[in-house]
Design a protein around this ligand. Structure first.
Ligand SMILES: Nc1ncnc2c1ncn2[C@@H]1O[C@H](COP(=O)(O)OP(=O)(O)O)[C@@H](O)[C@H]1O
Ligand SMILES: [Mg+2]
Length: 145
């Protein structure tokens, strides 16, 4: 099983009469345990591609499979679940929710999307935070500066 496979993948944005072709018939495969970078000038479609691999947006045509799931078949709710189970993002900015604490930020998707019970969430949050090192800010203070 490949991690990601694209076949004749296209993405076209439409705003009114204007069409922008961001991805035009792309084919590629990403194998497990590989390290891949998409490199190209501004406007070449990197973010468009990552948004689709991250199940944040749908292809216009062609197929894109992530872990053998055709992402075009996922509605918003199913996509949210799929992301929660399988995909990690490191955004350029942190996209933390400033009114929540460090603990609550990590806990949020487990609570709102995965709907795990409190004790299971607490154990997972502590495990994840320990895995990336102790945060500089106390766990239970708000992330807003
Ligand atoms: N939401 C959008 N609506 C219309 N056009 C878009 C949208 N997002 C990106 N584009 C266009 O799609 C092309 C690819 O953009 P993008 O994926 O952001 O490239 P990159 O991340 O490589 O800079 C560009 O021409 C950009 O202007
Ligand atoms: Mg970009």
């Amino acid at each position: 099983m490949s991690l990601v496979s694209a076949h004749n993948l296209t993405k076209t944005y439409r705003s009114g009469d204007i069409e922008v072709s961001a991805i035009k018939g792309v084919d590629f495969t990403i194998e497990p345990a590989s390290f891949v970078a998409f490199v190209g000038p501004s406007g070449s479609g990197k973010s468009t591609l990552l948004n689709m691999i991250g199940c944040l947006d749908h292809p216009t045509s062609g197929t894109l499979k992530v872990l053998d799931t055709d992402i075009a078949t996922l509605d918003r709710r199913a996509a949210a679940h799929f992301r929660g189970e399988n995909i990690g993002f490191v955004f350029q900015d942190f996209n933390l929710i400033p009114v929540l604490t460090v603990f609550e930020n990590v806990e949020y998707p487990l609570r709102m999307v995965q709907k795990w019970p409190a004790e299971k969430r607490r154990r997972q949050v502590m495990r994840l935070l320990e895995a990336v090192g102790k945060p500089k800010r106390p766990l239970f203070s708000k992330t807003v500066a």
